[in-house]
Design a protein around this ligand. Structure first.
Ligand SMILES: [Zn+2]
Length: 161
């Protein structure tokens, strides 16, 4: 008797379907059918993928709204850059500033007055690409990075130089 080609599969999602496994070698069909039974059916798999995409879009939208609101609250100016880099830069700036505030003020010994100076110099850096570039920086390095960005450390730091 030939090995059957149509296998009824009871998928892990609860659906069932007859799968034509004739394109598989006869001696692999049982193993493949067993593997299939541990998966979700194609429809459920596709629905999951679409949901994941939608979740990602929703998550991004929520973060964007949060970052936009944060920028307004802390009087951070609009950023300059391409259509793609501006919203991304706004999110990076929010994340970087939040992390730096936690590291320097909440957990560190930076005073509120010192922090306000950091915020002031952050306001002068309006290039979206700069904020995107700093997204993996250490939170406590922000003051130094801002100094470099604003050129504030270039004057007479070392008179012999
Ligand atoms: Zn299903």
């Amino acid at each position: 008797m030939a090995v059957k080609t149509i296998w009824p599969i009871h998928y892990a999602c609860g659906h069932q379907d007859d799968r034509d496994l004739s394109d598989r070698p006869a001696d692999r069909r049982a193993g493949f059918a067993e593997w299939l039974a541990k998966q979700k059916c194609t429809d459920c798999w596709r629905a999951d993928a679409e949901r994941t995409d939608q979740d990602k879009a929703d998550w991004l939208k929520a973060r964007q709204d949060e970052s936009d609101a944060w920028a307004v609250k802390f009087r951070m100016p609009p950023l300059e850059g391409t259509e793609r880099s501006v919203p991304w830069g706004v999110r990076c700036r929010h994340q970087i500033m939040d992390a730096a505030h936690t590291a320097l003020v909440v957990e560190g010994d930076t005073s509120v007055a010192q922090w306000e100076k950091i915020e002031d110099s952050a306001r002068t850096v309006t290039r979206a690409g700069w904020w995107i570039d700093q997204r993996f920086s250490q939170p406590e390095d922000l003051p130094e990075l801002l100094q470099v960005a604003t050129g504030a450390d270039r004057p007479t730091e070392n008179p012999h130089f």
